[in-house]
Design a protein around this ligand. Structure first.
Ligand SMILES: Cc1cc2nc3c(=O)[nH]c(=O)nc-3n(C[C@H](O)[C@H](O)[C@H](O)COP(=O)(O)OP(=O)(O)OC[C@H]3O[C@@H](n4cnc5c(N)ncnc54)[C@H](O)[C@@H]3O)c2cc1C
Ligand code: FES
Length: 529
């Protein structure tokens, strides 16, 4: 059993089991190698295996150890970025294709759950979009009209969401949304991939990914995969240096799970409209008389690595929840994770820009990564098999959306500002100021050192320079991680990379000024069984 390396744990990690896999230590080959065993990678591997392709999946943690283990798993075609905005950016046809693809993704998950008899609590339910108290309804009216134009004709305006405890005022009702337990779903895909002859290796870090006549993927344990195609589904692509990372921004988002009496809140998905917005669902834990509901509420996003104030995030989230749901008994879960916001609202799925034609990526989830990850599975399967797919152009990773240029400029100016951290003083003047279990950046001459003091009092010194493009990482108190404010790379307290785009660990500082690379080993938040 692999225990969490001091990060928070989601409800799924506590209530789901993921089968343990072995690591890759030898040379092997397959038709397709998929790097990353989250929803995007596992769906792609599953659908390719169904088409008769031999697949090898590599992950440097357990299956589902990335953001798929930290999601809230709303499966929706009610998109975060709003259809009227997608119409502005991609035209009516583009928005129509986006709607169709997310609808098809929910249907695909439902079909897979049925075909493979996956017991993952898949459930169809309504979704409700509402505005904060006293705010204009215009956003709802605009979205209703746009949703009808793009073909979602069942969406309707209702008087209020079905809560007895709080009157939200008018809301949009999106029928036939869905929810599931994401790790139970991945466990089902794992079984199916094995049955079809696919191989999955975990605790296997892909450190070199090269396309060409034969793609070649080298791993830290000495294993090598050669394949006709490679799919990099590492959430943030670790094989792409700049092209994609200037077009999407990484945000940290926070979730609480509140225990409530069974059946006290109508089962549905709920979202409001501020930026950042709140997202709500219900998960039943336990069975029979012992069963209770957990109200899962998320929000309070901020750019990764640019704030370290989790208490100021969880506190308002809890107050917001208790104000609307007085039946809350206690907060039983608190966790956070990262979402990637593409500047034009749609994921990047397809050939990796400026790379060989047999290297594919899936990224840019935009808070709709359950469906975007499933779309990736469908679309990449078609691209690899040489089939046409109507969604290819809207998700093409090399696209430039001219109408999104202001957002592109804003995000990249924000990134440029982060480099001034190289010049300013550190967070603390001396290591003595760092308490056990905490970390901080300090200046040593011209260098910045990331110092972590473990609970036993021993200090661990790392170069604070991110291995992606050299920004200075910041300490994340709630997750015990070093987070990069530029493009969202994250490292555990001892410097092991846990989230791209960086693909290698922070460099260890020795007191005599020499630097060592921390040994490769992935940390993750879930246990394998
Ligand atoms: C709190 C939160 C709530 C969310 N809520 C929703 C929601 O309600 N609905 C929704 O649709 N989306 C939601 N999202 C977004 C969604 O969870 C993600 O977009 C989705 O899980 C991403 O899936 P993925 O497969 O792309 O990445 P991941 O699940 O992160 O998988 C990537 C995998 O790649 C592995 N990896 C990385 N680098 C390497 C390497 N070099 N070698 C080998 N393996 C590597 C990682 O270990 C990881 O397992 C939420 C996200 C968060 C954080
Ligand atoms: S993530 Fe790009 S510099 Fe750190």
């Amino acid at each position: 059993m692999k225990k969490s390396l001091e990060q928070s744990r989601s409800i799924w990690m506590e209530t789901g089991e993921i089968p343990q896999q072995s690591s890759l230590t030898e040379k092997t080959s397959s038709d397709v190698c998929v790097v990353g065993a989250g929803i995007a990678g596992m769906t792609t591997a599953y659908l390719l295996a169904r088409e008769g392709k031999s697949v090898v999946v590599l992950d440097d943690g357990p299956i589902g150890g990335g953001m798929t283990g930290r999601t809230t798993a709303h499966l929706v075609n009610a998109l975060d970025d709003r259809y009227f905005e997608l119409e502005r950016l991609h035209g009516e046809e583009g928005a129509r294709l986006a709607a169709a693809s997310h609808t098809a993704a929910i249907d695909k998950v439902e079909a897979i759950v049925g075909d493979e008899a996956i017991n993952c609590e898949f459930e169809r339910l309504d979704g409700y979009l509402f505005v904060p108290p006293r705010e204009s309804q215009k956003v709802l009216d605009d979205e209703l009209e746009a949703a009808h134009r793009v073909g979602l004709i069942d969406i309707e305006k209702v008087e209020r969401v079905p809560w007895d405890s709080f009157d939200t005022g008018p809301a949009l009702r999106f029928p036939r949304q869905a929810q599931f337990h994401p790790l139970k779903y991945l466990a089902g895909l794992t079984k199916a991939i094995h049955r079809m002859g696919g191989r999955i290796y975990t605790q296997t870090h892909a450190n070199q990914i090269e396309g060409g006549k034969q793609a070649r993927i080298e791993t830290t344990g000495g294993g090598v995969v050669t394949a006709d195609s490679v799919v990099v589904a590492t959430n943030s692509p670790v094989n792409d240096l700049i092209a994609i990372h200037t077009k999407q921004a990484a945000y940290q988002t926070y979730v609480i799970g509140a225990r409530i009496p069974s059946g006290s809140v109508t089962r549905a998905l709920y979202w409001d409209t501020p930026d950042p917005y709140h997202y709500i669902r219900i998960e039943t834990v336990g069975q029979g008389a012992a069963a209770y509901d957990v109200l899962i509420v998320g929000g309070e996003d901020h750019k990764t690595g640019q704030q370290d104030d989790a208490n100021k995030r969880f506190g308002p989230l809890e107050r917001w929840t208790r104000h609307r749901f007085p039946m809350v008994e206690e907060i039983v879960y608190r966790w956070s994770g990262e979402v990637l916001e593409p500047v034009d609202g749609l994921a990047f799925i397809g050939p990796n820009p400026l790379d060989e034609e047999n290297v594919f990526i899936a990224t840019g989830d935009s808070g709709n990564g359950m469906t975007h990850g499933t779309i990736a599975g469908i679309l990449l399967t078609d691209l690899i098999l040489g089939r046409e797919n109507p969604w290819e152009a809207i998700y093409k990773p090399s696209r430039i959306t001219l109408k999104a240029l202001p957002q592109f400029a804003k995000e990249n100016l924000n990134v440029a500002m982060q480099y001034t951290d190289l010049l300013v003083a550190g967070d603390v003047r001396s290591m003595d100021e760092i308490k056990p279990g905490a970390g901080a950046v300090l200046s040593r001459g011209l260098s910045k050192v990331a110092v972590y003091r473990d609970p036993q009092g021993q200090t661990h010194e790392l170069s604070a320079v991110c291995r992606h493009l050299g920004c200075i990482v910041n300490w994340n108190t709630s997750e015990n991680t070093w987070d990069c404010p530029c493009h969202g790379s994250r490292y555990d307290a001892l410097g092991k990379v846990i989230q791209g785009p960086a693909n290698s660990d922070l460099v260890e500082e020795k007191s005599n000024g020499e630097r060592l690379t921390v040994s490769k080993q992935k940390s993750a938040g879930i246990s394998e069984t």
